[in-house]
Ligand binder design. Sequence first.
Ligand SMILES: [Zn+2]
Length: 266
Amino acid sequence: MGSDYDQQHADGRRALSIRRFALRAGAVTVAITLVGVVGVSGSPPVALEPARRGESVQIRQLPAVPAPFAAPRVKWPQPGQVALTFDDGPCATKTRRTVDLLGDTPATFFVIGGQVRRTPSEAKYAASFGHSIQNHTMDHRRLRQLDSEGISDQLSMAADWIEEIVGTRPTLYRPPYGSTDQRVRAATSALGWSEVMWNGGPPRMDSDSASIIGAVRGQMTRARTTQKGLVLLFHDCSGNFGGMTRALPTVISMLRDDGWEFVAFG
Ligand SMILES: [Zn+2]
């Protein structure tokens, strides 16, 4: 972690507070311009355009990566890097609570297309902080049970909803239940998708906070020893939400104190 990384975070926080103000004021043009002014290092100030009366705010018109905090985007973390991932959302209340707990720690949300359609504001909320929004299929289907057409439909329908609501089309997917094999990967890669699994997280979806913290500590040690990046799997809308939310701040602190760099998939 160098000073550039810290600077990005500092710039990001300024951008976020300014953008929130601008969004409240209903001035999407001003919001975009201000993010451009403070969010891009070294870019010259841009003259602000006055908001037009009656102009509606549409978050999807913001830049593809609004970058309140611009975490490095990776296909898989390098040694010393960690990616926090949250599956099965978005959903009312819990996704928002998860995002708030994350603070300025970047994460990747593998969302279900049907859930994005049901709770679009939650997906927008997560994306607006700079979290990566990737694909967890339209209906949380086991991809190994589908033919190539079914796999394609599940990923493309979800991607359409994510793009419509969040403004960025995902390029990565995580197979629900980890249901994948060579045939699934061949079908998805032919369509340009990359698969993302995980190598750590709570031992079970109903794990309590102590079990989660203990498991993550062990996974950190293993990843260090084997010189591997760490991808932690959590769930924001299924499993033991209370256990996850009680563990998350401690997990983040442990990783930060141990010098891990947080990255997002993209
Ligand atoms: Zn899932």
